[in-house]
Design a protein around this ligand. Structure first.
Ligand SMILES: [Zn+2]
Length: 424
């Protein structure tokens, strides 16, 4: 019998099953327990649902699995302890999870879900880095370490070693739907650029060169070897923020555009944007292929409060972007839009994950578990956002925020009618 799912949870499960074959995805995750008492699928689905409803820890998740609805949903008639979640997470293979996320992203792309995020037909990936587990003690073999200076109780400066983990993320951003394509952990003693290159090389191999059109990075990555490897080795043009002092090319572009009329004047979000476009500049000794530099002067009026009064202030920002590789057909304003990430920062997958999905907090400190749980978080995030943004009526009609839809999913676990079980 085909029972129609009415609750938010029912609709979410239905969507994830119909469009992305969720039971198959969850059934394909393998953990290395020899004779599992609790099926891996029930543990995996609980972890996914825990992320969707915003469960902050494995202890809290253990509480949720006592709900009859939850047990029916994941297909296991009993609670699952936090120890079991930790134990299984340490034995999950992160690779099938990475593959599952890739499969979902490919499917979204085929369904044109990323079209709205393109800038003049160009699909851009942005790189971002994030830290987890900052502490004074080494907690696992993969903890990174650094020396920091801080003040002790007497106000004296002391040096100490800090331990942490850090990953580089590749995200696609749009006006609404944003996703993480892949991430790569940094290793002890390497620069962020090295992890970023490993990430991009794998993406080129696994997603293919045509999945995206351009790589956008902040000034941290603006090094000769990085630009050379990505623009020439991988064949993706790079747009990078340039910050003054570090680059000769910055001074040169400023000098060449000074006193010149802007090549273009456009309006963006109430700002008047003047654009200078300087071609064929030398970047550095380690990257000698000529680069293009786009300079933007953005001016706007802003209302600010001064004491009891509101006054209008003139604001100005200046930006400089370097372009390596072939983006010659894209005019300066397109480079500016790509460089700004264009979409509201709070809509970015990375911002959402940090603010609402506990990205900086990982539930279990163990090298394998961390990667597996991060992939599960990203998978749940992508499925939920695709559901709420592309499919769900409440969000699309502006009747609920994404966080409210998540709360409704949680509420339908507590009091909704039984959810139809997966068949088979
Ligand atoms: Zn660690």
């Amino acid at each position: 019998m085909n029972s129609r799912p009415f609750t938010q949870l029912g609709q979410f499960v239905h969507y994830a099953t119909q469009h992305f074959d969720l039971p198959l995805l969850a059934g394909g995750w393998t953990d290395s327990r020899p004779q599992p008492e609790i099926p891996g699928r029930a543990v995996g689905l609980s972890l996914v649902l825990g992320e969707v409803v915003g469960s902050p820890s494995l202890l809290q998740l253990e509480q949720e699995t006592k709900l009859p609805q939850w047990q029916r949903w994941v297909g296991y008639p009993g609670p699952i302890s936090h120890d079991t979640f930790g134990y299984v997470a340490e034995r999950l293979d992160p690779e099938p999870l990475r593959r599952a996320v890739r499969w979902i992203n490919r499917k979204l792309k085929r369904g044109k879900a990323f079209e709205a995020g393109k800038v003049k037909g160009l699909l851009a990936v942005n790189l971002d880095a994030n830290e987890q587990f900052c502490s004074d003690h080494r907690c696992c073999q993969d903890c990174l370490s650094r020396e920091i200076t801080c003040q002790n109780a007497d106000g004296q400066e002391v040096k100490k070693t800090q331990y942490y983990h850090k990953q580089v993320y590749a995200q696609l951003s749009g006006p609404e739907l944003s996703v993480i394509l892949d991430f790569e952990p940094m290793r002890q003693g390497e620069e962020e650029c090295a992890a970023a290159l490993r990430l991009l090389r794998r993406m080129r191999q696994k997603y293919g060169p045509r999945f995206l059109d351009v790589v956008v990075v902040d000034s941290w990555y603006a090094t000769g070897p990085f630009l050379k490897t990505v623009a020439e080795g991988l064949g993706w043009p790079v747009v990078t923020v340039l910050k003054q002092e570090r680059y000769e090319v910055y001074q040169e572009a400023q000098a060449l555009s000074r006193g010149q009329k802007p090549a273009q004047v456009v309006e963006r979000d109430g700002r008047q944007v003047e654009i200078w476009d300087v071609r064929a500049l030398r970047f550095s000794d380690s990257y000698t292929t000529p680069v293009r530099v786009v300079r933007a002067r953005e001016r706007w009026q802003q209302r600010v409060q001064q004491g009891l009064e509101w006054v209008t202030e003139a604001k100005e920002q200046n930006w400089l972007w370097g372009v390596a590789g072939d983006l010659d057909s894209a005019e300066g304003a397109v480079i500016r839009d790509l460089g700004h990430g264009r979409w509201k920062i709070e809509n970015h997958a990375f911002g959402q994950l940090t603010q609402h999905w506990h990205l900086t907090h990982c539930a279990h400190h163990h090298p394998v578990a961390m990667a597996a749980l991060l992939w599960i978080k990203i998978l749940a995030f992508t499925l939920f956002h695709a559901f709420a943004i592309l499919h769900g009526k409440l969000f699309r009609l502006g009747r609920a925020t994404l966080q409210e839809v998540r709360q409704q999913i949680y509420r339908s676990l507590l009091c909704g009618p039984p959810v139809p079980l997966f068949s088979g």
